[in-house]
Unconditional design. Structure first.
Ligand SMILES: C[S@@+](CC[C@H](N)C(=O)[O-])C[C@H]1O[C@@H](n2cnc3c(N)ncnc32)[C@H](O)[C@@H]1O
Length: 241
């Protein structure tokens, strides 16, 4: 019997949000300001934030004046995000392996929200859906980890204490995946989850994008939009049309 995909379980737990609660919202907002300015996106732009998680980028983009739709597989995150809905901000549960009903001016895939699937075909299917979901000349912003830097600086073991939970984290790169084993004791029991993200470097990402018909227009290495450097950049940010 096939077990449920790891990303369906883990991202839907409260523990995932506790572990990552200190993720930097200031950085996320700086990135959204910088990228919308750089692309000179008019306020009439309808942006799809996919997957949006609890909506931290979507809510901020909407506060800048954009119409925003957020989609995510995690029902609990969408339930939370829906509290912020208004006339120009909507959230829905959506599996990015499925095509969209609408066309958008821009689609953003942010904060390593890709590379979860074993088969390259599923990665390509998601990119095809994104391509088909964009209006003519629409931008795709693709923000992924910099796999080469992760490999060079792999922290094999780490302990993080957040909200009185001690998370034990072990990392490895095996069979083309960056794997994070997360174990902790909470609510009277022991838990274990595994995050698996495909080792996708700039060559593979470029190959993927070109294969589905995108043209890469820009490559950045961080949220300040500095040039990408494979050894030192924190992020691999691709902009494509
Ligand atoms: C690393 S989080 C980032 C979320 C958000 N972009 C942010 O920065 O907070 C990855 C998200 O991908 C979502 N996800 C995983 N697989 C998905 C799928 N097949 N379709 C839609 N969302 C998915 C998870 O539920 C999770 O919210």
């Amino acid at each position: 019997m096939k077990t449920k995909d790891w990303f369906t379980d883990w991202f839907n737990t409260s523990y995932y949000h506790i572990l990552y609660k200190n993720r930097n919202d200031a950085d996320a907002q700086l990135f959204m300001k910088n990228i919308t300015n750089f692309l000179a996106l008019p306020k009439s732009t309808h942006i799809l934030d996919l997957p949006c998680g609890k909506g931290r980028h979507a809510v901020f983009l909407n506060s800048l004046g954009y119409t925003v739709t957020g989609g995510d597989l995690a029902e609990n995150s969408i339930k939370h995000a829906k509290k912020f809905e208004n006339e120009s901000l909507n959230f829905k549960v959506h599996d990015m392996r499925k095509p969209f009903n609408n066309k958008y001016d821009s689609i953003f895939n942010l904060f390593t929200s890709f590379g979860y699937f074993d088969d390259d075909k599923e990665d390509l299917l998601i990119l095809e859906n994104i391509k088909n979901g964009l209006k003519k000349d629409g931008y795709f912003v693709f923000d992924f980890l910099n796999a080469e830097k992760v490999k060079l600086n792999l922290v094999k073991e780490e302990t993080k204490i957040v909200d009185d939970i001690t998370f034990n984290i072990k990392r490895e790169i095996t069979n083309g995946f960056i794997i994070k084993h997360i174990s902790f004791f909470a609510d009277s029991k022991q838990h274990a989850y595994t995050e698996r993200v495909k080792y996708l470097d700039i060559d593979k990402m470029s190959f993927y994008l070109e294969k589905v018909g995108f043209t890469i227009t820009n490559i950045f290495g961080n949220y300040s939009l500095e040039d990408y450097n494979s050894k030192t950049s924190d992020r691999l940010i691709l902009v494509a049309k």
